[in-house]
Design a protein around this ligand. Structure first.
Ligand code: ADP
Ligand code: MG
Length: 216
């Protein structure tokens, strides 16, 4: 797809994220059953399905903007996703879209800024920090790894791959953590020993970005 994210690229990202979430919905729901209420996979599957439905038609994509695509996806997710994760994912995508502004193509730096804007939005809304066993534990290291890769001269696809790798490692690192935000925090010390479902799904969404930007 080259070194820019255009509206088609943004739509491809949302579609592929929806595929990965749908394929892993059972696993996400199982993770949430262990430390939450067992709805995360189902919630997010419904949300991303709505996001895909809200994408502009293929014929309209060349005339639109990647920022607009992400904002539309974020709105659909907010309106269709239950639970804490709906507003958080919706905010992430809307903030990312806003950060891309009206440009017809986002370069690697702009996508990095969008990732950081998404992180800031989720933190503002959810008030979680790294170590609280939430999606922030995937998103924050992803944004940092993206920024470091960019500073090292990497292009969009390599930056996105670094972000996805860091998100997966960050999600895995939630296992020993005790949850301090969200439903899992009600379990106190019993929340340790489990992977956080929101961190796991965040890693999928970032893997989707790496996959689509890495396509030839
Ligand atoms: P609910 O907890 O309402 O059932 P979901 O099951 O869809 O919602 O999502 C749970 C996930 O949401 C958690 O695994 C966690 O990653 C994320 N989450 C919950 N609260 C917060 C928060 N305050 N900040 C960031 N992420 C959060
Ligand atoms: Mg839940």
């Amino acid at each position: 797809m080259g070194e820019h994210l255009d509206a088609q690229g943004a739509a491809a990202w949302i579609r592929h994220a929806a595929e990965l979430v749908s394929a892993d919905a059972e696993r996400l729901t199982r993770l949430d059953a262990a430390i939450g209420d067992g709805d995360h996979g189902h919630n997010l599957d419904r949300g991303f399905t709505a996001a895909v439905a809200a994408l502009p038609d293929e014929a309209e994509l060349p005339g639109t903007r990647p920022g607009k695509v992400l904002i539309a996806a974020g709105r659909a997710i907010v309106s269709k996703t239950g639970g804490a994760s709906g507003p958080l994912y919706g905010t992430a995508l809307r903030r990312a879209g806003k950060a891309l502004g009206d440009a017809s193509e986002a370069d690697a730096a702009a996508v990095g800024d969008a990732l950081k804007a998404a992180l800031d939005g989720v933190q503002e809304l959810g008030q979680a920090n790294e170590g609280d066993k939430t999606m922030i534990d995937a998103l924050a290291p992803a944004a940092a790894a993206y920024r470091d890769a960019l500073a090292g001269g990497a292009g969009l696809a390599a930056c996105a791959r670094a972000a996805a790798d860091a998100a997966e490692a960050g999600a895995d690192a939630t296992v020993p953590m005790q949850a301090r935000k969200g439903r899992a925090s009600y379990l106190g010390p019993r929340s340790t020993g489990h992977l956080d479902p929101g961190a796991a799904s965040t890693a999928l969404v970032l893997r989707a970005l790496a996959d689509v930007t890495g396509r030839e």
